[in-house]
Design a protein around this ligand. Structure first.
Ligand SMILES: Nc1ncnc2c1ncn2[C@@H]1O[C@H](COP(=O)(O)OP(=O)(O)OP(=O)(O)O)[C@@H](O)[C@H]1O
Ligand SMILES: [Mg+2]
Length: 178
């Protein structure tokens, strides 16, 4: 039976950089022949969680489903990169502690920066009242208390953030630097 692989759980507000960083880390791992899968909140919502909305109950259920799939992959030796807002500390903590090797990665930038990026146009629509329950605007986000990594994507370029994640994987033994 394969050794349990690590699960890196990227949490943070919309536009913080979770998907961008996780994809880049995945590509890097695959280039080094490490099997890695991305579980992205948007993709899970479009498929497995297409029945869910944005209430606390539904957001917690989304986290549980992602954690279930992540566990199946990780116990078969596949490194899992989860990118999901996952705003509630309790459900995030139970998900991450359910993994043999789980790491919380807080992807962080100030709200005004995210509103300027507005990669999906969500902040503008929320300010116009066209959508409700946007995390950080009119829905809560509970910041991680003791993340394994805290990435400041305002002060750091993508490359630097990716390096920090790869360094974590070197330290915990998944990636061997030559
Ligand atoms: N250091 C950085 N790391 C990651 N992304 C950065 C960084 N600096 C700027 N960006 C930009 O920030 C944006 C992040 O968007 P991304 O879709 O990755 O966010 P997200 O956290 O996945 O949001 P969502 O929760 O809505 O899916 C991209 O346009 C990216 O180019
Ligand atoms: Mg994303």
């Amino acid at each position: 039976m394969a050794e349990h692989a690590p699960v890196l759980w990227f949490t943070g507000l919309s536009g913080a950089g979770k998907t961008t960083i996780a994809k880049e880390v995945q590509a890097n791992l695959i280039r080094h022949d490490v099997r890695a899968e991305l579980l992205d909140g948007d993709e899970v919502r479009a498929t497995l969680s297409s029945d869910l909305g944005f209430s606390k109950k539904d957001r917690d259920l989304q986290v549980k489903r992602i954690a279930f799939v992540a566990n199946l992959l990780a116990k078969n030796g596949i490194v899992v990169l989860v990118s999901a807002i996952s705003p509630y500390r309790d459900s995030r903590d139970s998900a991450i502690s359910s993994f043999a090797r789980g790491y919380e990665i807080f992807v962080d930038a100030p709200l005004p920066v995210l509103e300027r990026r507005d990669t999906k146009g969500l902040y503008r629509r929320a300010r116009l009242g066209e959508i409700k329950n946007l995390t950080g605007v009119d829905d809560p986000y509970e910041r991680p208390e003791f993340p394994a990594l805290h990435l400041d994507t305002d002060g750091t370029q993508l490359f630097g953030s990716v390096e920090e994640v790869l360094n974590l994987l070197v330290k915990e033994g998944t990636v061997v630097r030559d």
